[in-house]
Ligand binder design. Structure first.
Ligand code: S3P
Length: 434
């Protein structure tokens, strides 16, 4: 479905963005293998998280979904309570569902098949096949290293896995399999990726520890097998990846001032705040609180004149999903922005380097995709265009932000891709534009 967005006057008012996608997924994944109930409030009711719910329902886990109150209750059956699914487990568009669930399936004594949509069928799964195989599972790709995957689990042993990529999905997959393995399992990664699994698993009673690794910048996390996990109450903070679009829209629209309530600002996720402040953006962090190790705050954002910056290295995993909208900010900023070390963008829901370059160039931006990032010369006026989201939710929302200050109309093809992480995105944007 096409979505049309035009420039608007200043953004004003308050908003609460929906719950964090990564944390919502994990509440279901960990709740299902815990004993007793896990009640997740401010749960993100989006297509991706519903895919995770439906996979566990197929394995006999009762899950009550209260859409009116954004609450999900998972009636967990413990580490060994899953039933063999009678059908294929469909992860839809969700890499998190696939990779984390694969870690759990590797520990089961039944066989299962995990599949997903066309985008998921082109995403790399060798990064989890390799460590799970080294732990003793049989994980077979029926599609050249991608889904569908046939997983025959059981009899795992702990390993020390050195992940070549800083990926929370890989790390979490291996740690979850480690719950079922003999001996301790350790994953090291070249830079710290989001640590929601470590925090939440330890809240559920798992023995998880983490520390800096030996190589500069590296981190490692370990898990011991077997303790009984216990269901918990989880209050899901607002998703900073969703807040990012309103942050960016307010920064580039003169006269704007908005308050975004209760946004998760876990340092492994909040890289956009650092990047924006390096670009001269005015954001105040107010009313900080913390629950289950996850901190949140209200963000007060005022329009600002931005300048270019360099974004690289260890900061990249903490803002990986925000890079398309940061590229939009860079197009509106004065001077040059360099983004590097972000080759992971090429294997997200779309090739976000190629797609971001294509759609922003079509709107008149001076942006060049590189092997691992972008070179952007900001300050050129953007104009309307017909551009495709490439069925990537983050591209659809980034385009809406780019349209915010462009001359003329931006027609976003497949704008409804926002259902993956933020079904009411366009409605909420409209509220702030009024
Ligand atoms: C996620 C981890 C990141 C991120 C994705 C969600 C998670 O992927 O891009 O949107 O919930 O663990 P990688 O782990 O592949 O970097």
């Amino acid at each position: 479905m096409d979505q049309i967005v035009k420039a608007s006057g200043p953004l004003r008012g308050e908003i609460q963005v929906p719950g964090d996608k990564s944390i919502s997924h994990r509440a279901v994944l960990f709740g299902a293998i815990s004993e007793g109930n896990t009640e997740a409030s401010q749960f993100l009711m989006s297509a991706d998280c519903l895919s995770t719910i439906s996979c566990f329902e197929k394995m006999g886990i009762p899950i009550s979904v209260d859409r009116e109150h954004d609450t999900v209750t998972v009636h967990g059956k413990g580490l060994h309570g899953l039933k063999a699914p009678e059908e294929v487990l469909d992860s839809g568009n969700s890499g998190t569902t696939t990779r984390l669930l694969a870690g759990i399936l590797a520990g089961q004594s039944f066989s299962s098949i995990l599949d997903g949509d066309d985008s998921l069928r082109s995403r790399p799964m060798k990064r989890i096949i390799q460590p799970l195989t080294a732990m003793g599972a049989s994980v077979q790709s029926l599609n050249q290293g991608s889904v569908p995957l046939r997983i025959e689990g059981g009899n795992l042993h702990g390993i020390h896995y050195e992940s070549p990529v800083a990926s929370a999905q890989v790390k979490s997959c291996v740690l979850l399999a480690g719950l079922y393995a003999e001996g301790e399992t350790t994953v090291s990664e070249p830079a710290l990726s989001r640590n929601h699994s470590e925090l939440m698993l330890s809240g559920f009673g798992a023995e998880v520890s983490s520390r800096r690794g030996e190589k500069p910048g590296s981190f490692e996390a370990s898990i011991k097998p077997g303790p009984r996990l216990r269901g918990q109450k989880v209050l899901v903070p607002g998703d900073i990846s969703s807040a990012a679009y309103f942050i960016a829209a307010a920064l580039i629209t003169p006269g704007s001032e908005i308050l975004i309530r209760q946004v998760g600002i876990n340092p492994t996720r909040a890289g956009i705040l650092k990047a924006v402040s390096a670009m001269g953006g005015d954001i105040s962090i107010l009313n900080q609180t913390s629950q289950g190790g996850e901190c949140s705050a209200d963000l007060l954002v005022r329009s600002s004149s931005l300048h270019g910056t360099t974004i690289e290295g260890e900061l990249i995993p903490a803002l990986i999903d925000e890079l398309p909208v940061i590229a939009v900010l860079a197009a509106y900023a004065e001077g040059e922005t360099i983004i590097r070390d972000a080759q992971e963008l090429r294997v997200k829901e779309s090739d976000r380097i190629a797609v971001t370059e294509k759609v922003l160039s079509a709107m008149g931006a001076d942006i060049q995709g590189t092997e691992d990032g972008f070179l952007i010369h900001g300050g050129k006026a953007l104009h309307g265009a017909r551009v495709s989201s490439h069925q990537d939710h983050r591209i659809a929302m980034s385009l809406a932000v780019a349209a915010q200050n462009a001359e003329g109309e931006v027609i976003i093809e497949d704008g409804d891709a926002v259902r993956i992480s933020y079904p009411d995105f366009f409605r909420d944007l409209e509220k702030l534009r009024r």
